[in-house]
Write a protein of this length. Structure first.
Ligand code: BTN
Length: 265
């Protein structure tokens, strides 16, 4: 991969590559350093029919799921948050994080022919290692749902002593690819924006077939937090975005907020 660390994040470039409805206003802010792009947008006033985008070259308090830290070294990766206001209840957004993961996979496939997998409900995998994650945060403001979609993708990172699980980056897997983060960010924003209304109208079931092709957990033995049994196999995902597990030969359904899963070696 040509070292395109090189191409710093640039607002004009990102705007120029966007391919979205011209009536949609995109407010884009780029920071050299921030605590967390998600926290920043959560505290910002948002409006319907607008996308607020916050990107940073580094985060000092990058947030992962379950209160974990998201390693966010300078100029190595993508730390992207997209915020908006939706006319929906949170309960109507089943499978939303899988939808976002699919949009990222589509962007990677279209731009670089990369075939990424998804570990339910929102981790991105290449060669059985995690290279990206999604953290969705919401709050109610004036009876409307303010939503922030946080996306972290390891791009040029070659080493990181602080990550305590197997991980990878696009550079590690595809060293000859030329990646400009500005183009990839634009493509991800465009994919999400162009498919969001369809998701809000039809729900996850309209995307289930696409997800099935990328479901890395299917038929894998997994360790499930909160479950004492180690005889757990992940099956498929339902139209409401929940996951079926086979636990001691009994089928059980779990939702993304309830559990976290590890693939058994
Ligand atoms: C995970 O644990 O897999 C989710 C990681 C999400 C990280 C991203 S980086 C941009 C945004 N800002 C944050 O503080 N977290 C998300």
């Amino acid at each position: 991969m040509k070292d395109v660390n090189q191409n710093k994040l640039n607002s004009e470039n990102i705007h120029s590559f966007l391919n979205i409805d011209k009536n949609l206003k995109v407010n884009l802010e780029i920071f050299d350093q921030i605590d967390s792009t998600n926290s920043y947008l959560l505290n910002k006033k948002q409006a319907v029919n607008e996308l607020n985008v916050c990107i940073a070259e580094m985060q000092t308090k990058g947030k992962g799921r379950s209160g974990k830290i998201w390693e966010s070294p300078k100029e190595k990766n993508i730390y992207l948050s997209i915020g908006s206001v939706l006319d929906k209840e949170i309960s109507e957004l089943d499978g939303f994080s899988i939808f976002i993961a699919l949009m990222i996979c589509d962007a990677l496939k279209d731009l670089y022919k990369i075939k990424a997998k998804i570990k339910w409900p929102n981790d991105l995998y290449l060669e059985n290692k995690k290279f990206g994650g999604i953290l969705i945060e919401t709050k109610m403001v004036n009876k409307k749902l303010s939503i922030v979609i946080g996306i972290g993708l390891n791009i040029f990172m070659k080493t990181n002593e602080f990550i305590n699980q197997e991980w990878t980056s696009l550079y590690i897997e595809k060293p000859f690819l030329e990646i400009d983060r500005n183009i990839l960010i634009s493509k991800i924003i465009s994919e999400i924006s162009n498919n969001l209304n369809y998701f809000l109208e039809k729900g996850f079931k309209a995307f289930k077939k696409d997800f099935d092709k990328r479901n890395i957990l299917k038929n894998k033995k997994v360790l499930v937090s909160n479950f004492s049994s180690s005889d757990c196999t992940a099956l498929d995902v339902n139209e409401d975005g929940s996951l079926n597990l086979l636990v001691d030969n009994l089928k059980q359904k779990v939702t993304s907020g309830e559990v976290s899963l590890k693939i058994q070696k």
